[in-house]
Design a protein around this ligand. Structure first.
Ligand code: RAM
Length: 338
């Protein structure tokens, strides 16, 4: 019966843009990853890492990239996964609270639930697989804005979707860092949302540039947004505005290289490693190696030993690393890595 259910789900999900990779004919555990959306290289890299580890462990991997970057579509997918009775759900949330009901019903049914990249509220998951502490990302971005602005002037943020848990956490943390004396002459004039959509991000960039002619920096904590800002600035060489934020070296290299780059520097972590770590956490939760207690340790393959820790609010997380800085000096060595 379970095989029939899985086959029916596979057919439905393949028709709607999902990929199911069964590595064995048996009823081994099924590990599902739901990213924010399709059409995003970062999400695809994260899924690639997740799938690689699950399949190496002999598990069945189900990857779903929603067609729209919405919580509503994620809820539909999650409901189908719960009714199928998968063993593990990992989600990069488009909203911190909208997924609560479906994720809590999953956990009530014995499905292990974790979040990755973009968290849900602490009652809706067991562990958050966090790319880096929000404070470290915020401080790196604030410092970059400060340096590029020469310590003073107008700057703006182009974010992803307005409900994105991760971007909103990073922006909150940035606001806190920017209250420090050193940054008092920086003026954040606007925060706009590009929905992690290339066209909308370009439009919002153009809107910022028209509305704020003295804008020195646009900071985009999203790989889709940062690429869009860099593209628009490249199309307007008459402008002195610069870009910084979170970006993929392979995508942003052309905007960072050269004498007077539109993007002097940016930051990120390896999304493939983030997906791999999320898979190791799911495997450890399913096999009982992790029970969701601060201090527990587990081995994440060749990535080494990681520890479950509490964040500042007491919520459980496993942290991958810290933001790596990419600039003209090192982009050449990183652009072929991820
Ligand atoms: C986009 C997404 C993702 C974020 C990266 C930096 O791909 O918004 O959630 O972590 O940018």
């Amino acid at each position: 019966m379970k095989k029939l259910l899985i086959l029916l789900l596979v057919s439905a999900l393949i028709l709607s843009g999902c990929s199911m990779n069964r590595t064995s004919a048996d009823d081994g555990p099924v590990y599902a990853l739901v990213t924010k959306a399709q059409g995003n290289t970062y999400n695809e890299m994260m899924a690639q890492g997740f799938q690689e580890v699950i399949e190496q462990a002999g598990g069945n991997c189900l990857i779903y990239n929603p067609q729209e970057t919405t919580a509503e579509e994620q809820i539909q997918i999650l409901q189908s996964l719960v009714s199928q009775g998968v063993d593990s759900i990992t989600v990069a949330a488009n909203d911190a609270d909208a997924l609560t009901d479906v994720l809590q019903s999953a956990m009530k049914q014995g499905i292990v639930v974790s979040s990755v990249d973009s968290d849900v509220n602490v009652e809706s998951r067991q562990i958050f697989v966090n790319q880096a502490a929000a404070e470290t990302i915020a401080r790196a971005l604030a410092e970059a804005v400060y340096e590029i602005c020469g310590g003073e002037g107008q700057w703006a943020i182009l974010s992803a979707t307005s409900q994105a848990t991760n971007q909103n956490a990073w922006i909150r943390a940035m606001r806190s860092v920017l209250e420090e004396e050193k940054y008092q002459n920086l003026r954040l004039v606007d925060i706009v949302y590009g929905d992690d959509d290339e066209e909308i991000s370009r439009e919002m960039t153009q809107k910022l540039l028209e509305e704020y002619p003295d804008l020195k920096v646009i900071c985009a904590p999203t790989v889709i947004g940062l690429e869009a800002v860099a593209q628009v600035l490249t199309e307007h060489p008459e402008l002195e505005t610069k870009a910084t934020g979170l970006g993929l070296p392979s995508v942003m290299a052309e905007y960072i290289e050269g004498e007077n780059p539109v993007c002097p520097c940016m930051f990120l972590w390896n999304p493939v490693d983030l997906g791999r770590l999320a898979a190791y956490v799911s495997l450890a939760l399913v096999n009982g190696e992790l029970t969701g207690i601060a201090g527990e340790e587990f081995e994440a393959g060749d990535m080494g030993v990681f520890q479950v820790e509490e964040d500042e609010s007491g919520a459980l997380q496993v942290v991958l690393a810290w933001p790596l800085k990419f600039d003209t000096a090192n982009i050449g060595e990183w652009k072929s890595i991820f």
